[in-house]
Design a protein around this ligand. Structure first.
Ligand SMILES: Cc1cc2nc3c(=O)[nH]c(=O)nc-3n(C[C@H](O)[C@H](O)[C@H](O)COP(=O)(O)OP(=O)(O)OC[C@H]3O[C@@H](n4cnc5c(N)ncnc54)[C@H](O)[C@@H]3O)c2cc1C
Ligand code: SF4
Length: 329
């Protein structure tokens, strides 16, 4: 049985207190929300914080408010089940409801939070293993080692961003409100990430993700679909989020496409999406857009299934998702 390492759990009452604790304890402390990502990682000794700053008691991080006409606010502690089942999110921001509803299994969605999902650790076959397993192969630079075992000549880590909700929120042009000891700031969700498997978050260590803000829904339609081995349970090997709005004659006015699980950060395929704008979609155009977006999917041998399968499936899957958004929703 894998056991948690010893740690002290502190339950602050306000977000300011939580941020100050993170600042005071520095590298020794981490925030925890649902714990569905962090606790398993601690059991495998990928993280061994001495202090856990528990966010679950912070009422100001709870709740889903606003309305689709003015924009909506989702507290970072909203569970994935709450997000997936919320009637207005399901109707007006379907990509997000679908993404939240496709994370893992019901038990995890009942506990796992939206904030935790956006901050979820990057993944790699050489890293998501027990301490014993990692010790036996000499570790890698993401934890305890000094080389990348997937790309040994590489100076960086290529662990994969596996959040389902991040690409969906990027296509919906959501913003993240971060609160730290030096104040708060609002940034696009896309700006939360670095292209680096180790330092994958652009937020400061002592900043807490307080909420996600969705813009007015307008006439945008959206979709999120994920490719994975077991449909009931697994992380994505490819996540596809797309959003668009069309004029009355079917011409696409604006389009956005974002991909998950293809790099160390969620990737916005902006040039591919722009190919749709000003056009009435045809099968040939969708094929070309899917092929352009799939160029971002350059898989390494560090996640599930084979590189060849993932590479070949990317344009096929992208085309299917775009067709579903345009013709079946
Ligand atoms: C078997 C299994 C399957 C899974 N499948 C999927 C999947 O298919 N797709 C997917 O996206 N995820 C998956 N996950 C990962 C995880 O369950 C979810 O991402 C979940 O939403 C994480 O939320 P949490 O509240 O439990 O995060 P936690 O475990 O509490 O935290 C995760 C990380 O975020 C940080 N953090 C949490 N909240 C905040 C905040 N408000 N501000 C700043 N930092 C914060 C923590 O310090 C930690 O680094 C899976 C996990 C397991 C164990
Ligand atoms: S990509 Fe390389 S450095 Fe990063 S976790 Fe995998 S093996 Fe380790």
């Amino acid at each position: 049985m894998l056991r948690l390492p010893p740690f002290q759990y502190i339950a602050p009452r306000t977000i300011d207190e939580a941020a100050q604790l993170l600042a005071d304890y520095g590298d020794q402390a981490m925030p925890v929300a649902g714990g569905t990502d962090l606790y398993p990682n601690m059991k495998r000794r990928q993280f061994t914080p001495e202090i856990l700053v528990g966010l679950r008691g912070l009422r100001e991080l709870r709740g889903i408010g606003g309305d689709p006409a003015q924009g909506m606010t989702i507290g970072a502690l909203a569970t994935l089940t709450e997000v997936a089942n919320h009637p207005a999110i399901r109707q007006f921001y379907p990509a997000l409801a679908q993404a939240a509803g496709l994370v893992s299994a019901p038990q995890l969605r009942n506990v796992g939070t939206l904030g935790g999902n956006l901050c979820v650790d990057t993944r790699c076959n050489y890293y998501n293993q027990t301490e014993f397993w990692r010790h036996s192969i000499g570790y890698c630079m993401k934890k305890d080692g000094d080389i990348c075992l997937v790309a040994p000549g590489s100076p960086r880590c290529w662990a994969v961003s596996s959040s389902d909700c991040a690409p969906a929120l990027i296509t919906l042009q959501a913003q993240a409100r971060l609160v730290g000891p030096r104040g708060e700031r609002l940034i696009p969700v896309a700006a939360l990430y670095h292209d680096d498997g180790i330092a994958y978050l652009a937020k400061q260590r002592d900043e807490i993700l307080a909420e996600v803000q969705l813009p007015p829904a307008g006439s945008w339609r959206s979709i999120y679909r994920k490719l994975r081995r077991r449909g009931s349970f697994d992380f994505p090997i490819l996540g596809v989020a797309a959003a668009l709005r069309q004029d009355a004659d079917g011409t696409v006015r604006d389009a956005r496409i974002a991909l998950g699980a293809v790099a160390s950060h969620p990737v916005e395929a902006a040039e591919a999406a722009q190919m749709l704008e000003g056009q009435r979609p045809t099968p040939e155009l969708l094929e070309a857009v899917a092929a352009a977006a799939a160029r971002w999917a350059k898989p390494l041998d560090n996640t599930d299934l084979t590189i060849n399968y993932r590479k070949q499936m990317a344009p096929v899957y992208l085309r299917r998702v775009l067709e579903e958004l345009l013709y079946e929703q």
